[in-house]
Design a protein around this ligand. Structure first.
Ligand SMILES: [Zn+2]
Length: 376
């Protein structure tokens, strides 16, 4: 911890009203169990996270930032009018799909606008100096949404919309987005693929979702060449590999890029207990990753850093990982203990050592990206 720092938190109970259940994943159709289970992107993760932050006593030390509805103009900076109309129509019909696997229920159009506006509000507060750092605990997530389609539980691309908003409203040129959600941030990747003003770095499990995205050789196009950095860490990678990726690849590229704002697509589905990912990060890993990004922000951009909730599906462990991130941003521990048995999780092979497959991936990323950046 580097000392208590004025830190903002965005949350609204309206986020919990985004109902994904009418479009829950079909399993009863061909399996012997016919009972439906909730959609993985149900409200409980965000609800339980907010509850834990409250119970920890941390919320009273955070500055509450009110989200607002993103304007259509702000959304259209990253999306097509067709997607906006599609979401509105699905909402009016009482439910539908914003694209490929992104459920929309009644009221979801405004809630999705409030999610994008929540990340925008967090960025506004940081840019205005009202807070130094901010976490936007929003829902639905955004990083899979491409220009004309929602994808993978995401309706509008919250972080992309907020990054564009910051460039237009706060006279910022260069924004860095680090996406550590276990899935590739294909939406953000595609929206900014030829844009040299946005450095997009994604740490993810390869070929998890969506397939065909997040490859090392996808580095950006035209003027944006070298501004997309994909780091597909092998399944099973734990704290050591993630920290090595941040120290060896992310930090040196960030220093050379020189962002004026750092944003994090913070999906905590690379946690050791996540049902949708196969990584082994612990709260300690999230704490250290956050600290590295804070140090980079202090070095590069006056400490300005905004993190936004993406995925995360372990109802028990996910909230603790997010609490660890918010605590680190706030520079203040809550005293809540690591819920995994510490002696066991700290003895996992990839908690303290970088596996050979992960080492090979990092070396391959460095070889490819060294066409654009100085990497040791
Ligand atoms: Zn994810």
């Amino acid at each position: 911890m580097t000392g208590e720092t004025r830190t903002g938190l965005v949350f609204s109970h309206r986020y919990l009203q985004h109902n994904t259940n009418p479009y829950r994943l079909a399993s009863g159709a061909r399996l012997p169990f016919v009972e439906q289970v909730d959609h993985p992107s149900n409200p409980r993760l965000v609800d339980r996270t907010m509850h834990l932050v409250d119970l920890s006593g941390l919320s009273e030390r955070l500055t509450k930032i009110e989200p607002y509805l993103a304007s259509e103009e702000a959304i259209l900076a990253c999306h097509t009018p067709g997607l906006v109309e599609r979401v509105k129509a699905a909402d009016a019909a009482g439910g539908g799909d914003a694209g490929r696997g992104s459920p929309v229920g009644r009221g979801s159009y405004d809630i999705a606008r409030l999610a994008a506006g929540g990340v925008m509000a967090a960025a506004d507060a940081v840019m205005a100096g009202d807070v130094r750092r901010a976490y936007a605990l929003v829902r639905p997530p955004g990083h899979h949404a491409v220009a004309d389609l929602g994808m993978g539980f995401c309706v509008f691309n919250n972080i992309a919309i907020a990054a564009r908003h910051v460039q237009r409203q706060h006279a910022v040129e260069r924004v860095m987005i680090l996406d550590w959600d276990v899935h590739d941030g294909n939406g953000t990747h595609s929206i900014f693929y030829d844009d040299p003003s946005i450095l997009f770095v994604s740490l993810h499990q390869p070929e998890l979702f969506p397939v065909g995205w997040g490859l090392i050789e996808q580095v950006g196009d035209g003027d944006g060449a070298g501004r997309t950095v994909n780091i597909p860490l092998p399944a099973g990678s734990g704290n050591a590999a993630y920290l090595a990726a941040l120290e060896e690849v992310v930090a040196p590229i960030a220093r050379q890029f020189g962002p004026e704002l750092i944003m994090i697509s913070a999906g905590q589905d690379a946690s050791a207990s996540d049902p949708l990912g196969r990584m082994s990060l612990t709260t300690d890993g999230y704490r250290q990753m956050t600290q590295i990004m804070i140090d980079l922000a202090e070095e590069c951009c006056g400490g300005r850093i905004v993190a936004a909730q993406e995925g995360g599906y372990s109802e028990i462990y996910g909230p603790y990982c997010t609490l660890a991130i918010i605590e680190t941003l706030a520079g203040r521990g809550s005293g809540i203990e690591e819920p995994l048995v510490d002696e066991r999780s700290s003895a996992w092979p990839q908690t303290s050592t970088v596996g050979l497959d992960a080492r090979a991936t990092l070396d391959a990323v460095k070889a490819r990206q060294s066409e654009y950046w100085q990497l040791a």
